[in-house]
Design a protein around this ligand. Sequence first.
Ligand SMILES: [Zn+2]
Length: 282
Amino acid sequence: MPELPEVEVLARHLRPLLPGRTIREVAVYRPKVLQPTAIAPFKKILRGAKFLGLTRRGKYLLFELRPKNSREKIILLGHLGMTGKMFLARKQAPLPKHAAVVFDLGAESFIYEDPRYFGRLTLDLSSVEKLGPEPLAPSFTAELFAHGLKRSRQPVKVKLLDQSLLAGVGNIYASEALFRAGISPRRAANRLTLAQTQKLWRAIRRVLTEATTCGSTIPLKFSAGNSDGLFYFGRAAGSSDYYTERLRVYNRAETPCPKCESPVRRIVQAGRSTFFCPHCQK
Ligand SMILES: [Zn+2]
């Protein structure tokens, strides 16, 4: 599932491609992704709207648009879900099988493809309003992080996935950050020492920054192979390697820990896999 770094890489990729372009027509193939926005108002507001900008908040993309005959800007919220993709393609190119929403931009189309139906493209912003701080923002201090952890008895790995604690960390980077900080994923969030909290805060920021620089952990395959062919599998422009090769514990059960060589373990917490080294993480 794409997390903050993957969404940030996608935002940086799409950001220069969209401003000034007008949506000539809106096709909705999977109305579920618009929820709770209904098809009719979605089409009415977006038909004729012009893209102004694109930002990211947590794992969400925020497309800024100005509707036709309006001075008010609106925000269109995008979320990739498990395996969603957003990309531009030549209009003549065949539509992908799981195209959910397509905007006709003239010579090209903006395509939102969602094979597993977990993503969103909606005018409803309520999910963003509930988000906690951006982990890479200067305002996200170690003190603020400590304050959030102190109020929870959940295992720290589970708490890190709580998007109201901080926005954008998911299963991959939670495991990686805990490994780098040397903290057991099973430790209760409110039992972390101040030193551990600070280590974890630093590890989260480092792991997210590295992943954003490298591109991506997972194949995002943004383009079906057309006009935005600059990047396909989440390799950031100018980056030399895929981030997958840099993951230290995630999805590496039974392989030697890169620090101590004892086998990495996989456990399940709150229904999600956690990977860690029982020797290095206390
Ligand atoms: Zn180890």
